[in-house]
Design a protein around this ligand. Structure first.
Ligand SMILES: [Zn+2]
Ligand SMILES: [Zn+2]
Ligand SMILES: [Zn+2]
Length: 736
């Protein structure tokens, strides 16, 4: 059996199942999965095989069962055998798993020896990748090696009939790690969890060590506490995630649609983005959504049982822009001054792991509970490594034809993130025992990217540069397993290095991953005055785009009130100083946002577009602005002219924002239909960070629906640059 079948209680499950069917034989872990030898009458064996798939442990994922007849050995009973010699390990590495119901019952049972024990776990739940130091996955190669098991734990560990048979992190209050509360005088006496819950009730900010790093927590309903957390973390506007005590509490916060409840309650326990039902001051400014998760660790449950407020802000333990802290000394250094107290677990974390983020059914960030994970199959025997891009970095390793995605690493402009990036690559190459003499490394074509430079320096048989937007499109096709499929691919994002050395970001391609993707259409080029700063200041992007129109407003002109920075940028355009050609869709969104009132600096990537979408939701239905398409070029000038005219005429801003979204969707649809008629291609692929905008995606799909085109977008990897690495390896697989 292949798939995620190790470290998830699979062998004991097979043992129990075989015994219940009265079958003799054995089960063992091999380098690439689990091998089962069974002997019995055919009908019993069939029933056993059916149950193997149907009743597999919740955290297991069976990808394939290969069955064949072998000579009988006439074993006396069914047993778990020791692993065969280490073949190359390609068995799936299990992500961390949310605490299971059986462990939760013990956690709350005063008669159980693990009553109230925050590190309770079993073969079906608990930490995995976040404690793993190497493969094969067993206790000496985890961060639990420092805690010798007591006799009771050792007996459970050795008993195939026990829920904790070979549960590598097994522990109890007698022999295992625990938690302490630090930082507030007198609070270290007594129960640290009860004291921590009391601090949260009192409006204090707590650093809590989780599975993959430190979180910062405070009462989500306490506006003063939320405000204090923002100030201390230097996180001005980016939304905070919430931890809800239970499902009913979560349902009071957000409206759960389209299978969102199953995602929220699943073993991965990601942050689920869903429409907000209530407003919590300071939690998610300028957004219609809230990010909510349910308790994933025993500690979360214990905090709520001890009376913590039912809705907590739970955000990564860092200052704005830095990676999450996961080592105790680092957390103490970086979070002092932010947290009032620290709830610290003894068990070391092997690697940093953020929370995953899902807007069902789209994964926006793959991390805790989802990583590492197989996201696609690429038909190649050669090992391939995709090192991703510099923003929202994640890497992908293809080994044995399976594309394994790493956890979200973050923006590589930070030294700690660069360290994590190098570690993630080493981890995957070592754990899968990759033969470097055959390895091909795929990297972004941007010569200035940290990830490109690192990829080029990696010892490998070959290196291959992949254009950014083609990688976005290819990521969808890799997920779909459709590498030969001819498509019209649309990639919309903020920034990516184009074939001609300019900044691309609104690109349409035709072709396939296997045969190559040809740039077939793009946005009319504008310029970006001032380089990188233009991505942080929407008014600066506006100066570059509006310079292409005849009706650009002057600085300070009502109702736009564009600041002096806009005038200075416009001057750069006039003089053609430090201006860079671009076809970026992200900057077109910034331009519209600036004209509708977002004239300040953004504090996180994509903020102006999020703000604009929020504004559009408040507006009524509107006739889309014109955005004509001809001869491979989408012309935004009539669209901006109409927007300026409506603003000058005092039209409602929400309606203007709506007409902008509609206009862009209509323009893209016209381009797609023209390409469809020209080529006969009837499959459309949407990718790139801009497609996180739901209004735009919906409007575009609505416009393409009557033509009967198939439309695919990302599910398993993010449409933003977190999905780039998958596209890189897919395209590299076909490079000569
Ligand atoms: Zn469990
Ligand atoms: Zn013990
Ligand atoms: Zn991108």
């Amino acid at each position: 059996m292949r798939g995620v079948v190790q470290g998830v209680g699979f062998r004991p499950f097979v043992w129990r199942l075989a015994r219940s069917h009265g079958i003799a034989g054995w089960v063992l872990n091999t380098g690439d999965g689990v091998e089962i030898h069974v002997e019995g009458d055919p009908r019993t064996l069939d029933a056993f095989a059916t149950a193997l798939e149907r009743e597999a442990p919740v955290a297991a994922r069976v990808d394939r069962i290969d069955a064949s007849a072998v000579l009988p050995h006439a074993p006396a009973a069914f047993e778990i055998r020791h692993s065969a010699g280490a073949a190359r390990p390609t068995a799936g590495i299990s992500p961390d798993l949310a605490v299971c119901d059986a462990c939760l019952r013990e956690l709350r049972d005063p008669a159980d020896r693990r009553f109230g024990y925050p590190c309770i776990n079993c073969t079906e739940c608990g930490p995995r990748y976040s404690i793993m130091l190497g493969l094969p996955y067993d206790r000496p190669r985890t961060t639990m090696h420092e805690w010798p098991m007591c006799s009771e734990c050792a007996a459970e560990y050795a008993n195939p009939a026990d829920r904790r048979f070979h549960a590598q992190p097994v522990a109890c209050p007698r022999c295992g790690p625990g938690y302490v509360l630090r930082g507030i005088a007198g609070s270290d006496a007594g129960d640290p969890v009860a004291a921590a819950a009391a601090l949260l009730r009192g409006g204090r900010i707590l650093a809590v060590k989780g599975l993959g790093g430190y979180h910062l927590a405070c009462d989500g309903s306490n506006a003063a506490a939320v405000e204090a957390l923002r100030t201390r973390k230097f996180r001005k506007e980016r939304p905070f995630a919430l931890l809800a005590r239970d499902l009913p509490t979560a349902k009071r916060l957000v409206r759960l649609e389209r299978g969102a409840e199953a995602v929220l309650t699943g073993v991965a326990r990601p942050i689920v983005l869903a429409p907000a039902l209530i407003e919590l001051p300071g939690v998610a400014p300028d957004s219609d959504e809230l990010g909510v998760m349910l308790p994933s660790t025993p500690l979360h449950h214990l905090l709520f049982d001890a009376g913590a407020p039912p809705v907590l802000v739970l955000t990564s333990g860092n200052r704005s822009g830095e990676p999450i802290a996961f080592e105790d000394s680092d957390a103490a250094a970086r979070l002092t001054g932010i947290a009032d107290a620290f709830l610290v677990g003894d068990r070391p974390i092997a690697r940093r792991m953020d929370d995953s983020v899902v807007r069902p059914p789209v994964v926006l960030r793959r991390a805790r509970g989802l990583a590492p994970g197989v996201v696609a199959r690429i038909p190649t025997a050669r090992p391939l490594l995709g090192v991703g891009a510099d923003l929202k970095n994640a890497v992908v390793l293809v080994v044995g034809g399976e594309a394994v995605a790493s956890q979200h690493i973050g923006d590589l402009d930070h030294a700690l993130a660069r360290e994590a990036f190098a570690t993630a690559i080493d981890d995957l190459l070592e754990m899968y025992d990759v033969d470097r003499s055959a390895l091909m490394v795929a990297h972004d074509a941007h010569p200035g990217y940290v990830s490109s430079a690192y990829g080029l320096d990696l010892p490998a048989a070959a290196h291959h540069a992949v254009q950014h937007h083609r990688a976005h499109v290819a990521s969808v096709l890799a997920e779909q397993g459709m590498l030969d499929e001819p498509v019209i691919g649309i990639a919309l994002d903020g920034t990516g290095w184009g074939d001609d050395g300019t900044i691309w970001g609104c690109e349409l391609f035709t072709g396939s991953v296997a045969g190559g993707l040809v740039r077939a259409a793009h946005l009319l080029p504008a310029v970006l005055p001032g380089g990188d700063a233009a991505a942080r200041w929407p008014v600066q992007a506006a100066a570059g785009f509006l310079a292409q129109t005849d009706t650009a407003p002057a600085a300070g002109e009502a109702p736009f009130e564009l600041p002096e920075r806009y005038a200075r940028a416009a001057e750069l355009v006039t003089k053609d100083v430090r201006c860079f050609p671009t076809t970026s869709a992200g900057r077109l969104f910034d331009t519209a946002a600036a004209l509708l009132g977002f004239t300040r600096e953004i504090t996180y990537e994509g903020q102006a577009a999020v703000w604009l979408e929020h504004l559009a939701h408040a507006g009524g239905p509107a006739e889309p602005y014109p955005m004509p398409y001809a001869a491979g070029v989408l012309d935004y000038r009539p669209l901006l002219a109409a927007l300026l005219a409506d603003r000058r005429a005092g039209r409602d801003r929400g309606t203007v924002a709506r007409a902008f979204h509609g206009g862009l969707a209509a323009g893209l649809a016209a381009a797609v239909l023209a390409l469809h008629h020209g080529t006969g291609i009837a499959t459309v692929v949407l990718s790139g960070g801009v497609f996180q905008n739901e209004l735009l995606s919906r409007e575009l799909r609505t416009r393409l629906a009557p033509a009967g085109l198939r439309i695919w977008s990302n599910r398993a990897v993010p449409p933003n640059d977190g999905g780039i690495a998958l596209g890189q390896v897919a395209l590299a697989a076909f490079a000569v």
